[in-house]
Design a protein. Structure first.
Length: 170
């Protein structure tokens, strides 16, 4: 993954300018956090962005979450952040480097719910593979659906566990 985005990606993100009335959104996967509707294109446009560029965008969100928590960034992450901010200075994403306590709570709740959901997936999987490439994690889960003879204890499905906890989020 290089630090240079495709021109089409730069054009798409540059058009997403800050709006004070933007609505806060929640994204469980892949962001595991909050964002505002002026920061990302709709899903049809987002999937048109090349995969390497999307991964760099997701990496930026991860870095911003760490900035919000007051964590010190590595030199590579700080340089990546600064380079992307210089490359796309009008992107609304860079306008929200500080958040309100309410936003921080929503971020923490979403992060926690996502972690719990992913852990539930992992616990139910027969095989788990996790890889990381420049700050972006990917996971692959395999489930043996042919285990017909085994009796599996009844418990809430992962999606029921995630969404029953998240109903209090706005």
């Amino acid at each position: 993954m290089s630090n240079v985005l495709a021109e089409t990606t730069i054009t798409t993100l540059s058009a997403l300018t800050y709006r004070a009335d933007a609505k806060r959104q929640v994204c469980v996967l892949p962001l595991a956090g909050i964002y505002w509707d002026d920061e990302l294109p709709d899903i049809r446009e987002l999937i048109k962005i090349p995969e390497d560029d999307r991964e760099q965008i997701f990496r930026l969100f991860g870095i911003r979450y760490r900035i919000w928590k007051g964590e010190e960034l590595s030199g590579a992450d700080r340089q990546f952040w600064n380079n992307m901010q210089l490359l796309i200075p009008t992107w609304a994403f860079f306008e929200r480097q500080e958040i309100t306590p309410e936003d921080r709570q929503a971020q923490d709740d979403t992060s926690r719910s996502t972690t719990e959901g992913v852990q539930a997936w992992f616990a139910d999987a027969d095989e788990v593979t996790v890889t990381e490439k420049q700050g972006v994690q990917r996971f692959s889960l395999k489930f043996d659906l042919t285990k017909g003879g085994k009796t599996v204890p009844q418990k809430q499905s992962w999606w029921e566990r995630i969404f029953s906890r998240r109903q209090g989020l706005k």
